[in-house]
Ligand binder design. Structure first.
Ligand code: FE2
Length: 174
């Protein structure tokens, strides 16, 4: 499974100024999700992880400041579980329709710009309802060791192990 990242075009970058084009073709939304400090979108409910899943919207998430870890689960994919340590340099991560997703910030927080493509049936009352992994196919996909995506040596790398965590007995941890 190859995830899509849409690169930005940097016009000018100096030690104190970065100026870039973040445009996504055919987007018809412009959403900002700000995390002040450690935060999860959507938050856990009791001990259960919650996810968003869209029916009428393709997300394109670009980190503006900080870093944001995205978790994607889609049982229809050959590799159904992905963890992306998203940074601005990686560009905008596409999240296809039907993909369960959540994102987590570290202590510093982060700001993400989402430029979605919404179809005519998009309804904000229905599109942003947090969901639990309540189907066997989803629970199974969540348990499969994820593919990790990181920014390393000026390029996006996909790895079959978590480069940020030393090996532990619990392989189910991110
Ligand atoms: Fe989303």
């Amino acid at each position: 499974m190859k995830l899509k990242f849409y690169p930005t075009t940097i016009f000018r970058e100096t030690p104190k100024v970065t100026f870039f084009d973040a445009g996504i073709e055919s987007t018809n939304g412009c959403d900002v999700v700000m995390h002040s400090g450690e935060a999860i979108s959507p938050p856990d409910e009791f001990e259960y992880e919650q996810y968003y899943v869209h029916s009428h919207q393709i997300d394109h998430n670009l980190v503006i400041t900080g870093e944001r870890k995205f978790i994607l689960i889609n049982p229809t994919w050959d590799e159904p579980h992905h963890v992306i340590y998203l940074k601005r340099s990686m560009g905008a991560l596409e999240i296809p329709i039907g993909t369960y997703h959540r994102s987590i910030s570290g202590k510093e927080g982060s700001i993400v710009l989402n430029q979605p493509v919404r179809d005519k049936f998009f309804d904000p009352k229905k599109e942003f309802i947090p969901q639990k992994l309540n189907k066997l196919s989803l629970i199974k996909a969540r348990k499969i060791p994820p593919v990790y995506w990181v920014w390393e040596n000026d390029q996006i790398k996909r790895l079959m192990f978590n480069p940020l965590v030393k090996k532990t007995a619990n392989s189910n941890r991110y």
